[in-house]
Structure formats: structure tokens, C-alpha cells
Design a protein around this ligand. Structure first.
Ligand SMILES: Cc1ncc(COP(=O)(O)O)c(C=O)c1O
Length: 377
């Protein structure tokens, strides 16, 4: 057994999901499980959510067709939206695994048309494909511009091989205190929805809200919301409210692998960025930047051993970090909490975020595949 491991608490995932359900009432939920469920294990997280009977998410979403394939191979049955644009060599996956494509350019239509003909030629009947239209209301990443949207959707409606199952947009800063831009994005999106209604174009489900908006912008819920980070137990920033109770799903553990005494003036690790002020004991832990412990955390993080916090010292190396345990009774084999709780004490993913100016998304996504995930119910 690898000495370091991440415990994924599926009861906490269920708790977070059901609390989101409670907050949004009758709105549908698309559970965002891309990027291996932000490092938590896509299959296990999706399977837990799909097992929730009448409460289960109405949709799942991932970034790439290949992630959709993995979900289908794991017998996940709910509709799956693929966020990213697809290429000619990915399009067959959309059909084969019954995935919903995001569409926002005529190129996408051409690729879908081409892909459908390949299948149609074999099967003699032309199948149909579900799509969600992505509208760019200000993120300037993906989506059809608001000015071109109506004309574009009009063209889509003429394509008999398309089923327009939804339309969506994505907020750039719903997790910030100032909601002015989020309100503007929402207005731009709602104006398009109104116009489509006026000209009798049906568009399926309209959706926009990510975790920040779910927490703090209830009028953005529309037909469906798309929680990601909140499922995994984190508020998306330190600026949102805590209007939904969340519990972190991932904790990261390891074991002391070696211990040595060093003298006053001795240095630790590459570049000698830590010098001992007095005689002390240094233990090493088999987790490094190859496992997702950012090198930027060097000399800036703490760990918990036997309920007490100790400072990490010296540069984080590829496979190992060193900890100053002073002259305490810490031995090889003792359990180490990198982040997580023990009675009366905890280290939060946010402690790491504050040290290196990042967000929980990046921390949990970066816990590498080398670290086994242990699933607890
Ligand atoms: C299109 C889209 N919707 C929803 C989400 C979920 O956002 P969050 O994790 O902030 O809830 C993401 C995540 O990046 C996304 O790209």
C-alpha cells in the first residue's frame, strides 16, 4: 500500500449535493464531474450521485468526449453534456456513447453533419444528436456572441438531425462580492431567451449558475444549475456567502518515512532555503510536487501529526517534503494529515490556497494519480 493516500468521503459528497438540492428547490441539477471530479474520482463520485434515486442529478457534465465515454462504460445513465468543442476525430464518441454536444459555431455543425453521415451510411437511417447551445455573455472563452446568437440558433433549428436540448452561458465572476457583471451577463442571456420565445424557437433547458451563482444569485437558477466545486465541499472563493452548508470531501494523508536530528546552522533540502536555529528533529514525508504539493508551498505549509501542527521546512522536492517536529516524540510510521481534520484541529485546503494564492479547484485537481483514493461512505 502506498504510504500516502487521499480519503474521499462520499457521505460528504451526498451531504453537499442534497444541501444544494434543498437550496435550489425545483430547479434541475447538472453535476459537474469533469477533470476526474476535480481530482476526487469521476466514476465513484458520479456513481454515488446517480444512486440517489429521485434526488439524483438530472444531468452530468464533463469537458471532453473521452470523459463521457468513461462515464458510460461505468454504467452512468443520466444525460451527459460535453462542455468543450469537439474535433472530427472525437465526434464518433458523441454518437456511440449518447453524449450531448456543446455547439456554438458552424464548424461544429459541419463536423456533426459529417459524423452523422458516416454513421447514416452504415445504418441506412440518419440518427439525431442532442446539443446544448453555448452563448458567450462576457466570459470570452467559449460560445456564440450575443449579437450573432439568434441568427445562429435559427440556422440550427433548420437542421433536422439536431435536437436542441438546452442553451447555456457561463459566469466570469459569480464568486466575487460585486455581482454587477454577473447581473449583466444574466440579462444578456435572458434577453436571448426572451427573443427566442418571441419567435417561437424552443431551446430546451436554460442554464447558467455555477457554484458562486448557486450560493448568491438565486435569480440565475433558470431551469438547471451546474455545481462543481461546491459538490466537493468548498466555496469557490472567500467572497461568497456560505448560504449552503458544505463539508470537504477529500482529505490527504501520509506517514513519516524517515527522521533525523540536525544541529543549529544545518540546512534542509535543495537550495538550502531553511536553516535550523537550534538542534531539532526533521522528518520526511513521501509526498512532493509530483503528487500535487506545489513547490510554491515550500516553507509555507503545516501538517498535523498526533493532533499537533508542525511547519514544513525547505524546498518541496519531487517526491518528498520535510517537517520540523522539534524534539517531539514523532517516529517513522506516524500518521500525517496534510489536509483534513482531527479532533479539535484541522488543516484546510484553503490554508494552502492562501499560501500560494490559488483556489481549492487547483489543489484538489493536482493531487496526482500516484496517490490512491480510498472511498469512504
Ligand atoms: C461551463 C461550466 N459550468 C459549470 C462549472 C462549475 O463551476 P464551479 O466549480 O465553480 O461550480 C464549470 C467549471 O469550471 C464550467 O466550466
Amino acid at each position: 500500500m502506498h504510504p500516502s493516500y487521499a480519503v474521499i468521503n462520499l457521505s460528504n459528497l451526498k451531504y453537499n449535493f442534497l444541501n444544494i438540492r434543498k437550496k435550489i428547490k425545483d430547479t434541475k441539477i447538472m453535476a459537474v464531474v469533469k477533470a476526474d471530479a476535480y481530482g476526487h474520482g469521476m466514476i465513484e463520485c458520479a456513481a454515488l450521485l446517480e444512486s440517489l434515486g429521485k434526488n439524483k442529478p438530472e444531468y452530468f457534465s464533463v469537458a471532453f468526449p473521452n470523459e463521457g465515454r468513461q462515464l458510460r462504460e461505468a454504467k452512468i445513465n443520466q444525460p451527459i453534456l460535453i462542455f468543450e468543442p469537439f474535433t472530427k476525430d472525437q465526434v464518433h464518441l458523441l454518437f456511440k456513447y449518447n453524449l450531448i454536444a456543446t455547439v456554438f459555431s458552424l464548424d461544429h455543425l459541419r463536423i456533426l453533419d459529417w459524423g452523422l453521415k458516416q454513421i447514416g451510411n452504415k445504418n441506412k437511417i440518419l440518427p439525431k444528436i442532442k446539443i446544448h447551445i453555448k452563448v458567450d455573455t462576457g466570459m470570452n472563452r467559449l460560445g456564440i456572441g450575443t449579437k450573432e446568437a439568434i441568427d445562429f440558433i435559427y440556422q440550427l433549428k433548420k437542421k433536422i438531425f439536431l435536437i436542441i436540448d438546452g442553451i447555456y452561458t457561463h459566469f466570469a465572476c459569480a464568486d466575487e462580492t460585486d455581482k454587477t457583471f454577473t447581473r449583466l451577463q444574466l440579462k444578456r442571456f435572458e434577453d436571448i431567451l426572451k427573443e427566442l420565445k418571441k419567435i417561437n424557437i424552443t431551446y430546451g433547458l436554460a442554464h447558467a449558475a455555477n457554484s458562486g451563482a448557486i450560493l448568491d444569485v438565486p435569480n440565475s437558477y433558470l431551469d438547471m444549475v451546474r455545481p462543481g466545486i461546491s459538490l466537493y465541499g468548498y466555496y469557490p472563493s472567500l467572497e461568497t456567502s456560505k448560504s449552503i452548508k458544505l463539508k470537504p470531501v477529500m482529505s490527504l494523508y501520509s506517514k513519516v518515512a524517515s527522521a533525523k536530528q540536525i544541529k543549529k546552522g544545518d540546512t534542509v533540502s535543495y537550495g538550502r532555503k531553511y536553516t535550523a536555529k537550534r538542534k531539532t528533529k526533521i522528518v520526511s514525508i513521501p509526498l512532493g510536487y509530483a503528487d500535487g504539493i506545489a513547490r510554491g508551498l515550500s516553507n509555507k505549509m503545516e501538517v498535523l501529526i498526533k493532533g499537533k501542527k508542525y511547519k514544513q521546512v525547505g524546498i518541496v522536492t519531487m517526491d518528498r517534503v520535510m517537517i520540523n517536529v522539534k524534539n517531539d516524540d514523532i517516529k517513522v510510521g506516524d500518521k500525517v494529515i496534510m489536509f483534513g481534520n482531527v479532533k479539535n484541529n484541522y488543516i484546510s485546503v484553503w490554508d494552502w490556497c492562501k499560501a500560494i494564492d490559488t483556489i481549492p479547484y487547483e489543489i484538489t485537481c493536482n493531487i496526482s494519480n500516484r496517490i490512491p483514493r480510498i472511498y469512504k461512505r
